[in-house]
Every structure is written in C-alpha cells, then in structure tokens.
Design a protein around this ligand. Sequence first.
Ligand code: ZN
Length: 489
Amino acid sequence: MKEGWEAVIGLEVHAQLKTDSKIFCGCSTEFGKEPNDNTCPVCLGLPGALPVMNREVVKNAGKAALALNLKINNESIFARKNYFYPDLPKGYQISQYDSPFSEHGAVEILTSERDEGGRATEWRLRRFGITRAHIEEDAGKSVHDIGDPSKSYVNLNRAGTPLLEIVSEPDFRSSWEAYDYVNFLRRTLQYIGVCDGNMEEGNLRCDANVSVRRAGDTKLGVRAEIKNVNSLRFLQKAIDYEIDRQITVLETGGKITQETRLWNEKDGKTHTMRSKEDAHDYRYFPEPDLPPLEVSKEWVERLRDDQPELPEARRQRFMRDYDLNPDESFTLTGDRKLADYFETVAKAANNSRAAANWILSELLRELKNADVDISACKIKAEDLGAMIRLIDDKTISGKIAKEVFVEMFETGNSPAKIINEKGLAQITDTSAIEKIVDEVIAANPKQVENYRGGKTQLMGFFVGQVLKASGGKANPQAVNEILKKKLDA
Ligand SMILES: [Zn+2]
C-alpha cells in the first residue's frame, strides 16, 4: 500500500447452509435440477402460502456461530427486507435485522502478507471482530439470454435456500488479511460440515466494503462495496485494485462515492454497478408469518459440547506440539481426515517431523496423481508410522523406503510384509558388506591405485559401486567405514 495511507476493510460473507431441504418449505436444495423443478407455493411466493422454519438450518447456523465465538441469542426475529427483483417473487427477502440469531464474535487467526511468488512473508496472529451472523433465505437467479438480449429467464430453484450472513467488523487492513480470513471461514465451515465452501459454485460468497484514509486518521473514509467475487484470489486482487483506485482519486482532489462495484476479472478492475442502498431503503419490518426463533441455553450448550477441535485451533496446536511451520500445519489441518491421519502416523512413528515430511511430499503427491481422497488411501496410518520406524532403526534406507512406500500405496500391504517378500531389508551384517567391498576393490584396480596415490575423492565412487552391487540395501554408514579401512590398509 502507498506510504501514508491506511485501508479499512469489512467483509460480508454469505454461506449457504448445507441442508436437504429449503429454509421455509420442503423443496429439495439439490443442485443441477431442471430450472424451477425445486419449487412450491412457498418458495414461489404464491398468495396465502406460509413459511415453516427448517430445524436443521438452525442447528447448522448454531454450529457455525459457535465456531466463530459468536453469542447465540435465545430469541431472534425474522424481518422482511423489501426490494423488487425478478428473482425474488415475494418482493421481499426473509432475513433478520435488529434481532439477529447471533452477535459479538471474534476469531484469532494466522495471517501474512505475500511476496510476488505468493509466499507468506511473516505470519502473525491477528484478532478480527465479527459483528453478527444471521439467518436468511437466498433469492433465485435471473438468467440472461446471450443470443437474444430481449429475453431473460428466472430460475427459482435457489430461492429459499438457507444462508448464514456473517458480517465482520471493519478490522482488516490489507487484502491478504481479508484473504486469510475468508479462507479461514471456508475451512472452518467445511470442517464442521455446515457449508460446502465452494466460492466458484457460489455456496460461499463474499462482499468487501473498502475505504481508505490517511494514516493516523480515526474517521472512516467513504466506502465502496465490491460484490460477487467468486474466488479468494480475485477477492484479494479486487480489494488491492480498489485501495489503489481510491487513493488515486483522493490524491488528485476527487471524492469517493458510496456505491456498489463489480470486479471484472478480464480487465482486473472494479466497475460501478449502482449507488449503494442504505438500510432504510429496505423498509425492514418484523416478518408477521413467522414466530420469533427461540433456542434454549441447554440446546446451545449441547451444540458446544459436540463441537470438534476446529482447523485453525488445530493448526496452531500442531505448530506447538509437532514443531511444524504455519504452511505445513495449514495443509495438514485443511481436511479433518488428513489431520487425524497425520496425528496417527506421528504417534505410530514416534517422529512427527518425518511423518509430516512423508505426508506433505510423497503421500499428497501420490493421492493427487491417483485422484483419490485421503479416506480412500490404502496405506493405513499405523503402517506409514511403522515404515518410518523401520527407517529410523536402519532396517531400511531412505531410498529403499520410497520403493516400499510406492508398493504400500498400490497394495495397502504392511511395510514388514513388503520388505520380507522383496528382501529389501538393509544389510547391516559387516561380513556380508565386507564381501561386496572386496569384490568392488578387486574389480577396480586402477581406481584403487589412484585413491592410494592421493585421490581420496574417489571414495564416493567406491561407495556408489558397493551400494549398487548390494541393490541399494547395504547400510551406507557401514559401507563407508569398511571401505575406508580396506583402502587405507
Ligand atoms: Zn418450496
């Protein structure tokens, strides 16, 4: 960011809550059906149809709220947010306004700026406030005919799918902080199973409110809202672009207008979409067709008791307990099953460093190549741990281990079975190694003469020959010692 300026960013994230049916009717939420297949009088907004709250939505919202350290209100009120849009048949959206489901949360996450190559420069722990998270319904979708601009269609399959709108405090000071926070939300909601977290498919959407001010100012500048960015990277780029744009406008004597802007990935710029509405434009009033949403303290406590260790907390614990760096720990905790797998391997191996290395390099690569998920991995975590122990106690070399690993990945057999069947155990028996060393010395008289004449760097050549003759199984340390003894004799 330009010297002398500060950016202030607030984020509104819409997370589609994963449920089988919609929020106020029994229609399916299944994606990819024919347009308007998943509709009924309630979500079509037909006169006289009445909404009924879906219990599963409340449960998912509760899990999400607790994961974000929000306080769940024992009573919250649904409100009508009035606006006209073709994809909103009722003419209003059922949302929550001054009595939200949950509020007053905060999260502590690791965040870092990135260099040009996208690498983190310095991780630090930052706290971001979350104002509220409320429950609402989604609107449908307008589909515009590209071939014939006079035609537009409306698909209401999405109308009435449940959303949780998570509103942050304006606590972010850079685009990378915003990136790390939304990534954190995505991972957390996926982890607890309440949202698929796929920005490309639109089940996690993010709007960013961006303003700038002179460093040291306490008054907020006029903000612009960037809408509908469909990937984390675009979000980061859009915010960066918007910060630069606003600084340039202000430095050249211009004024920022409060407006909604759209990110265009083709030109890498944000563009004016419409002037921004204020809350009073929506004429909010309490929804007369739904009673207040009440949840008991006991219900909240039961949800809290069932909460698993969350990915960011687990990431920070892995860094402490297993001495991993932030990136390694981030990858290993991205998926609950992968994190469990790592912990089992680390314990079985009694070597967390090696466990992390094998999983992060070999295992993830093989899984990717085979296009399988960790839950379908044939290598049992205990077996990978056992294999690492066999390296550590010198039963097999690191090189042979890679061969064993590939075999384990393909067959799911235990390392002991593979090593026995293929005769891969390392040769540590000195008499066996001595025999090979004698053969190598006898076969290479010229090199022996040169070595003894002072070309001691030939040692590497001899070690290589012996290892090769042993099929890679001779213990390299023993080979070195025996060779030295015989050549120097
Ligand atoms: Zn319906």
